[in-house]
Design a protein around this ligand. Structure first.
Ligand code: BF8
Ligand code: SF4
Length: 649
């Protein structure tokens, strides 16, 4: 029987979403929130991870009375196999996104860029240096071809481990080597995982789970990293930029186009096209004041970080944006796009458009995006959206007022620059602040929202409580958008909510206490920042020693599972707002939530309440501080060159 429906206020945290959910009820439009009610008796076997449908002797499900599947697989094997397949799903999604971008970079370097160019030569040369590619005295195109080929090798190499691993602290690399955890290549890891989990192959749950960590490293240090680096080279490394966020960014008198998905190729071109005089003119001719381009999910984060394009919302707001009745077109590419969108759009005039050759939806129009003639494709799509303005029904339109100012664009380079200025750009001031206790530690809050939880509630309560306790917050993905809506991403927020130490640092440097570092593939920026902190010295010689924690409060996707795994395999503790589907195996649960701490220096933790998470996180941070000997009013120890050399990082 369906659970009693919740009120709009129980389902969402921000006023704009509550208002639009009420409108959905009035308009009799089905949303994921309502569907959550009809799905409330979710399968217990799936929840526990003990359902196996890997072969056709099954499906088998494990109960106390039937503790083994037909083949003899027990709960440990079945749960571990299901978990590994989730990690593969996440790794594949991030990495395929990376692959598309590196292929684009190669085409650009070869002179067939289709309107794209190497926008950030410094980022290209920085990456070339990181990967030991000769760049001095060579053209950017020649360097880019070498870099692209090296990155393509990260997908296809058969024997060599990923090159990117060499960017991790030396101690961590040694640990991966010892554990035989260095992935050979992204594609090989995913194929091997599917092989291992085929009926009758790998049955030892620990062995299977270690491959899950290995595969996740191919994501975090491989596919996602490639995606971030190529995006920075092609579209520019983000620097702090002002923007607005929430449904209120939609215009009452403008043509509203919402981009939704993950890959920045098309949205970058839309951002360019929308500013062109011919497009503005075209919009005027249909009686609109112009065009408002806004984003949902990580495509939003990509164009927010580089262009300051407003964000209409995060994952659970995709249907709500349409329900405002003010969106002429929603343009989707890949990942996190609900197949319900064409149904929702039937009640309004919104056109739902798919653009990726790998992603179509029944009821949506497929306007293939030709990356080789991207600007023309972008302009054609925008013109079609403008043509739809005449179909907007003002009686069905209600745009909530709420929108908040935010600052985004904190790449690692931007943070370094903010901290140290152009000539002394470094993480030193951050390390010093952590060592002196003005900042207690750094917490990455990442991931999705999920209608099982009140949208954004956990993320915002947790963020507020942590900054109060002098913890600097780094955010990506939908978690970042939640903080933006909450107004926590402005320097002024530090004055209002941050503890005295963090406030002092934020004021001195001019940053917010919550830094927007980008989309979900940009979680690699968080790893990169943590590595920089280790390199800078004074906080140990490995990521596991840094007072840092990752949190996925309201996660829902397989990508979040992969991200959690590569954080843990990199030595960072990860707190989940709700558990994985693993509780049907005590052994697997114990391995992931406890034993990995001894292997990697970090493990998973579950805290279903944000206040419980605060306690857990502060314990982890204090423990790390204690071990570093900085959990007292220590005298400031400035490192000299000798100390730094000895750090060996
Ligand atoms: O990749 S946070 S709902 S949009 S999966 Fe999806 Fe989750 Fe949002 Fe970005 Ni990430
Ligand atoms: Fe059942 Fe084993 Fe087949 Fe899984 S692999 S469905 S447990 S028989």
């Amino acid at each position: 029987m369906a659970k009693e429906s919740l009120s709009a206020k129980d389902r969402a945290w921000d006023a704009a979403s509550v208002e639009t959910l009420l409108k959905a009820e009035r308009d009799c439009v089905d949303t994921c929130f309502a569907r959550m009610d009809t799905q409330s008796n979710q399968c217990k076997f799936g929840t526990l991870g003990v359902c196996c449908r890997i072969c056709h002797m099954g499906p088998c499900r494990i109960t106390p009375k039937s503790p083994k599947g037909v083949c003899g697989a027990d709960a440990d094997t079945i749960v571990a196999r299901n978990f590994l397949r989730e990690v593969v799903g996440g790794t594949a999604a991030h990495s395929d996104h990376g692959r598309h971008l590196v292929l684009r970079l190669k085409k650009v370097a070869e002179g067939n860029g289709g309107g794209y160019q190497i926008k950030d030569e410094a980022a290209l040369r920085r990456a070339a240096n990181d990967y030991n590619i000769e760049e001095a005295g060579r053209t950017k195109e020649a360097v880019a071809i070498d870099l692209a080929n090296l990155f393509i090798g990260e997908f296809t190499s058969q024997e060599d481990p990923l090159k990117t691993l060499s960017l991790a602290p030396i101690k961590r690399q040694g640990m991966w080597e010892q554990l035989n955890l260095k992935p050979q290549s992204i594609d090989r890891m995913c194929v091997e995982a599917m092989h291992r989990t085929h009926m009758g192959v790998d049955h030892d749950y620990k062995h299977i789970l270690m491959h899950a960590f290995r595969t996740s490293l191919a994501d975090g240090w491989g596919g996602s990293r490639v995606a971030t680096i190529c995006s920075d080279i092609l579209f520019g490394t983000p620097t702090p930029i002002k923007a607005k966020v929430n449904l209120g960014v939609l215009g009452e008198k403008t043509v509203n186009i919402v981009v939704h998905g993950h890959e920045p190729e098309l949205s970058e071109m839309l951002a360019v096209a929308v500013k062109m005089p011919e497009i503005k003119e075209y919009a005027k001719n249909v009686g609109a004041d112009g065009v408002t381009l806004a984003g949902i999910c990580c495509t939003a984060n990509e164009i927010l970080m580089r262009h300051g394009i407003p964000v209409a919302g995060n994952f659970l707001q995709q249907e709500l944006a349409i329900i405002t009745g003010a969106v002429e077109m929603m343009i989707t590419d890949v990942q996190c796009v609900m197949p319900s969108l064409p149904d929702v759009a039937k009640s309004y005039h919104t056109q739902i458009v798919t653009t990726s050759h790998i992603a179509k939806m029944v009821g949506a129009e497929h306007l293939g995006f030709d990356g080789n003639d991207a600007l023309t494709s972008a302009k054609n799509i925008i013109r079609q959206a403008i043509d739809n303005y005449k179909n907007r029904d003002i009686k069905k339109m209600s745009i909530p007022k709420a929108n908040s100012p935010m600052i985004a664009g904190y790449s690692v380079e931007a943070i370094k620059y903010m901290l140290g200025g152009k000539f002394r750009a470094s993480f030193r001031p951050l390390n010093d602040a952590i060592m002196q206790g003005r900042i207690k530690g750094v917490v990455g809050i990442v991931g999705c929202n999920n209608p099982k939880q009140k949208m954004d509630h956990y993320m915002n309560v947790l963020t507020k409580e942590l900054i109060k306790r002098d913890v600097l917050i780094l955010k990506t993905g939908c978690a970042a958008i939640a903080s933006g809506k909450e107004g926590a991403m402005t320097p002024e927020a530090a004055l209002e909510h941050a503890g005295p130490g963090l406030r002092e640092v934020c004021e001195a440097v001019g940053i917010a206490p919550v830094l927007h570092m980008g989309s979900c593939v940009d979680n690699t920026r968080i790893l990169e920042a943590a590595t920089e902190v280790v390199r800078e010295g004074g906080l140990g010689d490995d990521l596991a020693q840094v007072p840092a924690v990752g949190v996925a409060p309201e996660w829902m996707s397989e990508k979040a599972v992969a991200i959690g795994c590569y954080f843990v395999a990199s030595g960072v503790d990860v707190v989940l707002g709700h558990p994985f589907h693993i509780n049907g195996s005590e052994n697997v649960t114990k391995f992931l939530n406890e034993e990995t701490k001894n292997i990697f220096g970090g493990s998973f933790h579950v805290a279903e309440d944000p206040h419980e998470a605060v306690t857990k996180i502060m314990d982890i941070l204090n423990d790390a501080r204690e071990k570093l000997g900085i959990n007292k009013k220590a005298e400031r120890k400035l490192l000299d060159m000798k100390d730094r050399r000895e750090l060996n990082v």
